[in-house]
Design a protein around this ligand. Sequence first.
Ligand code: HEC
Length: 136
Amino acid sequence: MPSKRAKGIASAVAVLALLAVGGGGYLLISLQQEAEAMAVALTGGDPSRGKDLALQFGCGSCHAIPGVRGADRRVGPSLDGIAGQVYLAGVLTNSAENMIRWIEDPQGVDPLTAMPRTGATGQDARDIAAFLYTLR
Ligand code: HEC
């Protein structure tokens, strides 16, 4: 039979473990919120709309993109961590305006690139850029 004291310790450990898991979850949520707030500040776009648009415009038929359903192709580079990359497609410095420009008209930036126009322009391109900047 475990002593009363051992039971007491066991339940204290269980409570601490629950608190640790809860705290970790909270930290993850707040990191995600921080990434989204940064992305909004950088682009003026809406990251959650942008995530849906990345699916609609078929970005995932060529790119691996975390969080986008079915986006696991390797025709182009993975967009995981794109927010922290220095250059876009090796030709543009990675700024919000350049990201939008690239999404709207890649071959206008680099005529030799294999990435086609997808039809994402204006607010749609801005929202997709906002989503991409959450990928840190
Ligand atoms: C037909 C395939 C294809 C589709 C569809 C496509 N891309 Fe690309 N994308 C590429 C290729 C190939 C590259 C590499 C271009 C280069 O380096 O010249 C690229 C490069 C990029 C880059 C720069 C990546 C880096 O690491 O520098 C971004 C950002 C990007 N694409 C976003 C998008 C978004 C957003 C969409 C959807 C709106 C999209 N792409 C749709 C093929 C595609």
